[in-house]
Design a binder for this molecule. Structure first.
Ligand code: ATP
Length: 264
């Protein structure tokens, strides 16, 4: 455990708490070393996006909620970073959408699989797929350990949510006919571009919002969900996030970055 004491009034307290959570989860064997680097990339984009959930992210969250509610067999794929940051929200989301939860790792090890399973169970998960021999099926488009999936989970799913995923796997899932919901702060990543719906927002903010949105939309019927999906265009939504970054940078440049240190 690290014992960094982060004062509540520190201007970057939230971000520092998240880092602490990830570092501790790394020390507990839940997060891979590369997961810490991936988080750093995410933070850089979060900074440029203004560290809040944008209007376009809310639109993508609504589309993701509609996709969950119209899916026959949805699965939430969980890696180390996702488990470390939002285990409870993953369980809530699985409950409100009737989704299965599957551990799916880029760097698979028995110890990490089990540590993530334990954390999800502690957060209330009744069943966690994809651990050990359960991950006996293979995605044809991928090489090595990354191919392994659970035949009862991702292999059989029509919709897979892949928070903080890499582009290859997202592309492979789309190629074998799955709908894919991604959560990725980088609107330029291959994952963001390949997914069916990409939520360009920090998972820490967007996961609870997604649960809330599913709960609201549930009462509005399938017709409403279909209408939301008809009107959603992922490429256009990603472009709006890129424009937001440009606008934020223009604003900062005009205001004078050196004086304010940090704005937006
Ligand atoms: P790709 O392979 O899709 O081009 P990549 O090589 O950046 O992307 P990874 O290194 O696996 O893929 O990184 C995972 C992605 O997760 C990064 O693009 C990063 O922006 C994003 N990310 C990291 N932390 C968060 C977070 N807390 N919330 C949302 N997204 C995050």
């Amino acid at each position: 455990m690290t014992d960094a004491r982060i004062p509540d009034d520190h201007p970057r307290a939230k971000s520092l708490f998240t880092r602490e959570k990830l570092i501790n989860s790394y020390l507990e064997g839940i997060v891979a070393a590369s997961g810490l680097i991936a988080h750093g990339r995410g933070e850089a984009f979060d900074y440029l996006l203004g560290e809040k959930t944008s209007k376009q992210a809310l639109e993508a969250i609504e589309a993701a909620a509609a996709m969950f509610l119209t899916a026959r067999n949805p699965v939430i794929s969980v890696n180390g970073n996702t488990a470390a940051l939002v285990a409870q929200e993953v369980v809530k989301l699985a409950n409100v959408t009737g989704s299965k939860i599957e551990v799916n790792l880029f760097y698979r090890s028995r110890a990490r699989e089990l540590a993530i399973k334990k954390l999800l169970e502690k957060a209330g998960a009744r069943e966690v797929l994809g651990v050990g021999k359960k991950a006996s099926a293979r995605i044809p488009e991928l090489s090595s350990e990354r191919r392994r999936v659970d035949p009862k989970g991702i292999l059989a799913a029509d919709l897979v949510m892949v928070p903080l995923e890499d582009g290859d796997r997202t592309e492979a899932l789309v190629k074998i006919g799955k709908k894919v919901i991604a959560v990725d702060l980088n609107p330029l990543s291959r994952t963001a571009v390949k997914a069916s719906v990409t939520i360009v927002d920090n998972i820490v903010r967007s996961a609870p919002k997604l649960v809330e949105t599913v709960e609201k939309l549930k009462n509005q019927g399938i017709g409403k969900c279909k209408e939301i999906l008809r009107n959603f265009d992922n490429r256009k939504n990603l472009a709006k996030s890129m424009i937001l970054i440009r606008e934020n940078l223009s604003k900062l440049a005009a205001e004078g970055v050196s004086e304010r240190g940090r704005a937006m």
